[in-house]
Design a protein around this ligand. Sequence first.
Ligand code: ARG
Length: 599
Amino acid sequence: MNQLENYLYDPAKCSLAESLYKALAVVAEGTLPPDIDLLVCFKALEQPPEKSLGDYALPCFRFAKALKKIPNQMAEELKRELDASSNPWIGSVILKGAFLNIFTNQKEVSKNIIPLLINGEGYKLLSSHSTNNKTKVMIEFSQPNTHKEFHVGHGRNVCLGDSLCRIFAYNGFNVIPVNYIGDEGTHIAKCLWAVEHYTGEPLTEKVENKAEWLGQRYVEANSKLKDADDEKKIQYNIEISAILKAIENKSGKYYESWKITRQYCLDDFSRIYNWLDVHFEHYFYESEVSVASQQIVDEYIAKSLFVEDNGAFGFDMSDKKLGFFMARKSDGSTPYVTKDLALARVKFNDFDIDRSIYVVGSEQIFHFKQLFYALEQMGFEQAKKCYHLSYGLVVRPEGKMSSRAGNSITFLQLINIVVDEVKIYLEKYKDEWDNARLEDTAHKLAVGAIKYGMLQADPNKEIVFDPKEWVSFEGNSGPYLMYSYARTQSILIKAKELGVELSLAHLDLLVHESERDLMRHLYDFNQTVLYACENYKPSTIANHLFFTCKAYNRFYNEVSVMKAETEDLRAARLALLNAFGNTLKKGLYLLGITPPEKM
Ligand code: ARG
C-alpha cells in the first residue's frame, strides 16, 4: 500500500516527501533506519510561519540524529540531493542553518492544480480517504426545546452543526446529521399552565410563530412564579406538577394539548431549517428516551455501578473532579443527563456509529464531561469517540442580550432584521429584476450573511451580531464573498459572449506575484478543510476564503484578465479565475452557503 494514499490532496508535498526519502537514502548510503519512511518524510515537511520562508520548511534535526550527523551538515547534504533530484515541483531550496526552505515551482503547481479545480476532481481528493470512508460519524445539533422560543444561540448551533456535517462528508466520513428535541420536562408543564391562565389572543392556526407564542407563555409562567408569595408558590407548583404527571402518563386534556402544541413547535422549527437549507437524517426526542432512561438506571444499579446516596442513585466521580453523578433523583425521576445515557446507547447500538459529536453551548461543558465519563464507566467503548463541540454566546454590539435590557431577539427576529437589511441593498435592482429573482437573491444573501456571521468566528469565541456589518458588501462578511463569486461568473459569461475561451494550454504563463499568491491560496484549500475537520472549526474555512478573495482582488487589480498582453495569457488567467470561482463556491458550500450566480 502506498503510505501516502490518504495525502493526495497535497501532491507537491507527496512528491517532495518521495524526493526527500530518496535523498536520505543516498545520504545514509543505502541503509536508512526502519523508523524513517515515506510518511515520516511527509510529516517532516512543515508549513513555514511566513510565506517569505517558502512553501515548505524542513527542519533537519530529526534526520541528523537518526543518521548520526550534525544538523547543519545534514541540511547541506539534503539540499545537494534535492537540487540534483530534478523534481519538477521544486522551484528552489534555500539553506538556513539546519533548516531547508523549499519553494515550489509555480508552473508545476498551476499545471497540476488548475485543471483539477476546473473539472472538480480536486474537491474529491479528501473524500477518498480509506479509513474515513469506513467511519460513521453522528453529528447531533440544533436540539431546541419545544414550547420555548428558538433563540439566537440555537441559530449559531444550527449553522455550526450543518457546516460540520458538510466538512466531515467532504473529508470522506459517513455522516449522520441528527436532531434531539427537548419535548419533555417542567418547562412544558409551566408553559401549558400559563396558557390556561392566559387572557390574551389565544393560540390558533392563525398565530404566525407558534413556538414563539408558547415561549412567551413560558416566560410569563416564570415571572408569575417568581412574583408569587410563598403560599401561592406552593399552590402553583402543585398545579404544574399535576400537568407534568398528566403529560408523562400520556392521558387527559394536558396530554392532548401537549401533542398539539408540540407539533406546532416542530412545524415552526422545520420552517427555520428549510429556510436555512439544513436537513436532518433522524430526529430523536427526549420523550422517546425517558422510559429507557429509567431502565438503564435499574440495569446499572443491578451491575453495582450506580449506588444509593441519600435516596438518590448514581456514582461518585470526584476522582475526576466531576462530583457525584446523579442518575436518579430521590423523588424517583431521572434528570436530563440520564436521558443522555439512554440516547447514547441508542446511537451506539441502533445506529452503529464510530464517532459521536454533540454541538451544544459552552454552559453544558460539565454535563458532557460527566456524561462521557459515565458512558466509559458503563463499558461503552465509543465513549472515547464522543466529542462535545461547545460554542460561545451571540451578543449585541452593546453587550449581552437580555430580556431585561430589552435587546433580546429570537432567531426568527434576527432573520427578519437581516432580510430587511438585504432588501435595502437590493432596492436598486427593483426595476431591473423580476420579483422571483429579487426574492431568490434576497434569500440567498440573507442566508449567507447569517451563516457567515455565525461561522466566521472561532466556535469558542463570542459573536457580535451587527446587522450592518453582516450584510456589508465589503470586509469580512458573507455578502462580500458571495459578491466576489458572482463577479467571477459574470466575467466568465462575458468572455463566452465575446467568444473568448479559457485554456489549460499555457498555465505556465502565470508567473506574476499576485497569480502565484492566489494560486497558493487555492492550493491550500484542501488542507484548510482537513484542518477544519480535525479541529471542528468551520471558522478556518471562512477565514481562508476571505483571504483567498483578497488575493483574488489583488490579482484582478494588478493584472488584466480580459485585456491581457497576449491571447494565451488571457486564456490562462481566465482559467485561474475559473478555478478561483469554483473553489470559492465549494468553500461557501461547506459553510452551508449557496451564492447567487448573478448579482
Ligand atoms: N435541548 C437541550 C437544551 O436546550 C440541549 C440538548 C443537547 N443534547 C444532548 N444530547 N444533551 O439545553
